[in-house]
Write a protein that binds this ligand. Structure first.
Ligand SMILES: [Zn+2]
Ligand SMILES: [Zn+2]
Ligand SMILES: [Zn+2]
Ligand SMILES: [Zn+2]
Length: 300
């Protein structure tokens, strides 16, 4: 009885194992075409929505040539002929594909970095620009550095790969020296980073021509998103010989390129003549001491 029942048990367990096996296989088989179909149609839609010129996803308005080949609106403004059939493009909208695009719901492109959000096709771009998982670009301005990542990673990267000067504290005094200040064309000084209030702030100093006049400019960028940058204020000042220039502003997020900040003149601007005057001496050398402070809250 014992051996018999045990043998039945054996058989039963063997059967159930193979049952599971079959069941598992069945699940696979019954799901596969479904999953495959879903995947293929999704991929196909994505391929349909990929611009053949820039390879980016197309957003309405989507345009097409008389033969039905599509192109994104950005590329449409740059090319006259269809990239596929060389026919003149004209101004034909592809409303059907625009409708398909509008009906799609897609996960945020930073899903792989932890974002759980899903958006209608149209809103996704705007979210992705402000997504907290959107990696930041290295704020180093001397050369176009392609490194991207979260702030913690970029702080280490600035220290290790750019030898950036890191300082603690919310007040600073920084000296900028240049032996040949006549050469003002797009000079960029070493970046200085201040650790304060648990955040990092990048102090930039640059020389460029503002129209016809050579100027120096100092400004602060915040290592983080704009809504956090707005919680802070900063002041910069430079002076000597009874003169003083001051600037109060809100640090810009490093989401804005240093060039964008520079071009919007959102910082302390010093005309070269004034800079050389404040440098003292024979005007042969730039020697500016830029003082500054960062605080939480509103402008004073
Ligand atoms: Zn394109
Ligand atoms: Zn075509
Ligand atoms: Zn996101
Ligand atoms: Zn870098």
């Amino acid at each position: 009885m014992v051996p018999g029942s045990s043998s039945i048990d054996d058989v039963e367990s063997r059967v159930s194992v193979s049952d599971y096996g079959i069941a598992a296989e069945n699940v696979e088989y019954s799901n596969m075409p479904f999953r495959k179909l879903g995947k293929t149609s999704n991929t196909a839609v994505h391929e349909l929505l990929e611009c053949p010129v820039c390879m980016n996803m197309m957003y309405p308005p989507i345009l097409q040539c008389p033969n039905g080949h599509t192109v994104c609106s950005k590329c449409k403004s740059k090319v006259r002929f269809c990239p596929i059939c060389r026919h003149e493009l004209g101004n034909i909208r592809c409303l059907a594909l625009e409708k398909v695009a509008e009906s799609l719901e897609l996960p945020c492109v930073y899903q792989i970095l932890g974002c759980q959000e899903i958006f209608p096709y149209h809103n996704r771009l705007r979210h992705e620009q402000n997504c907290k998982f959107h990696p930041f670009t290295c704020p180093y301005a001397g050369a176009d550095c392609p490194v991207t990542g979260q702030i913690k990673y970029l702080v280490e990267h600035l220290k290790n790969d750019h030898n950036v000067d890191m300082q603690n504290g919310c007040t600073f005094n920084h000296r900028y020296v240049k032996s040949d200040p006549q050469e003002v064309e797009n000079a960029t000084w070493m970046l200085t980073v201040f650790n304060c209030f648990g955040h990092q702030f990048c102090l930039h100093f640059e020389a460029f021509n503002l129209g016809m006049s050579p100027v120096y400019m100092a400004f602060l960028r915040f290592m983080g998103d704009e809504h956090n940058a707005k919680k802070f204020c900063y002041s910069l000042e430079v002076g000597g010989y009874g003169r003083k220039l001051t600037w109060q502003g809100i640090p810009r997020s490093i989401r804005d390129s240093h060039k964008a900040v520079r071009d919007s003149l959102d910082g302390l601007i010093i005309q070269r003549n004034m800079a050389l005057f404040l440098s003292g001496g024979d005007r042969k050398e730039l020697k500016l001491k830029v003082g500054g402070r960062i605080w939480k809250g509103n402008l004073e």
